[in-house]
Design a protein around this ligand. Structure first.
Ligand code: NAD
Length: 204
């Protein structure tokens, strides 16, 4: 089944909420509660959760543990997705330190940079390699995802290099709209654009 980007995004948010409820020892959660936390309609939550064949129990809600597991199964969190970070600067290092990606089966295998001072450094048990090693490491591994955290000026050149190395998905944080062949999928991360859209659309 093909899921829309918005459904996937909401399911990860529901998953975050469920983890918090499990930590608090709460066993059930209702669709209105999830909806209120995310400022969306309860009917939308019910529709999304129906995709997982979860109906909830009338006046009780959804069992939190079970729902968390079914979201994980449905979205393939249990299947590992391995990624390289390219650009071991402020952002690349911060992402490498963030262990919560592992909750989604998303594992950072290594970082790459062209700065000799960064090569050889280890961050959160992940090593920084020289960018010239990426091609070989990609071809001898299952890694198909690259997280691009280089400066804008380097982004297109590195994207071309990633495509040649066999990378299929690029999570692009650089403020450069990169051009890639049609078979390669690029997600352009745009934190400020997303936040501005939210603030402008909710101005009182
Ligand atoms: P940074 O300068 O700290 O890090 C960039 C790293 O890339 C450096 O370690 C540098 O050595 C490396 N690099 C440069 N050219 C390279 C090349 N040809 N090959 C390999 N490595 C190379 O920058 P930062 O603060 O970590 O930001 C990284 C990128 O993320 C920038 O493009 C920035 O604009 C962007 N950014 C995006 C968002 C967003 O919302 N999408 C938010 C913050 C930052």
């Amino acid at each position: 089944m093909k899921l829309s980007d918005k459904v996937i995004n909401r399911l990860t948010l529901y998953h975050n909420i469920l983890i918090g409820y499990i930590e608090k020892g709460v066993s059930y959660i209702s669709s209105p509660k999830i909806a209120a936390l995310l400022d969306i309609d309860a009917s939308q939550v019910r529709k999304d959760l129906k995709l997982l064949n979860n109906d909830g129990i009338c006046k009780v809600g959804y069992p939190v543990e079970e729902l968390k597991k079914s979201i994980e199964k449905f979205m393939g969190f249990v299947k590992t997705k391995e990624a390289f970070i390219v650009g071991a600067g402020n952002l690349g290092m911060a992402l490498a330190k963030y262990d919560n990606f592992e909750l989604y089966g998303f594992t950072i295998k290594a970082l790459f940079d062209n700065d000799p001072l960064k090569v050889g450094v280890s961050i959160n048990n992940k090593q920084v390699f020289h960018i010239s090693n990426l091609d070989d490491m990609a071809k001898h591994s299952n890694v198909q995802i690259a997280i691009l955290t280089v400066p804008r000026q380097a982004a297109q050149k590195i994207a071309d290099f990633l495509v040649n190395a066999g990378i299929k998905y690029i999570w692009n944080f650089s403020p450069c709209v990169i051009e890639v062949p049609p078979a390669i999928r690029v997600w352009n991360e745009n934190l400020i654009g997303n936040f501005l859209q939210f603030t402008i659309n909710h101005e009182q």
